[in-house]
Design a binder for this molecule. Structure first.
Ligand code: ZN
Length: 124
């Protein structure tokens, strides 16, 4: 059965990993008291990408990550530009703002913790 993950290439896989990592830092630091569970992955290709990330998220962040991954996979622009420089604004209202907040938070978290290596592919 064809899914949006048919077109999952190395570049998109990397972007998804970064997005997942950023959402998980945000959730861990900001939603400490919310009950979390393992991020559900139905697609086998996606599972291979995120397997090592062991994402444990609250329901809200799970939804956000799902939306972000779908948007990434469906981005019609190739190569995908940095989302913050893109004119298309494909994220649904609300999600876009939330993703920016997550990226800002986790980006500065990584800088504070000396993990600039993880910021190299920062494109959201
Ligand atoms: Zn959360």
């Amino acid at each position: 059965m064809p899914t949006i993950f048919e077109k999952l290439d190395d570049k998109k896989a990397k972007d998804i990993k970064v997005l997942g990592g950023f959402v998980s830092i945000y959730c861990r630091e900001n939603h400490r008291t919310v009950e979390k569970s393992t991020f559900p992955i139905k697609d086998e290709r996606l599972r291979q990408v995120l397997e090592k990330e062991k994402l444990v998220l609250c329901p809200e962040c799970s939804k956000l990550l799902n939306h972000g991954i779908a948007k990434l996979m469906l981005c019609p622009l190739d190569p995908k530009p940095m989302c913050k420089k893109c004119q298309t604004h494909c994220y649904a209202p609300g999600y876009r703002q939330k993703v920016r907040e997550v990226m800002r938070f986790s980006g500065s978290y990584l800088i504070k913790h000396g993990r600039l290596d993880l910021l190299i592919h920062y494109k959201f």
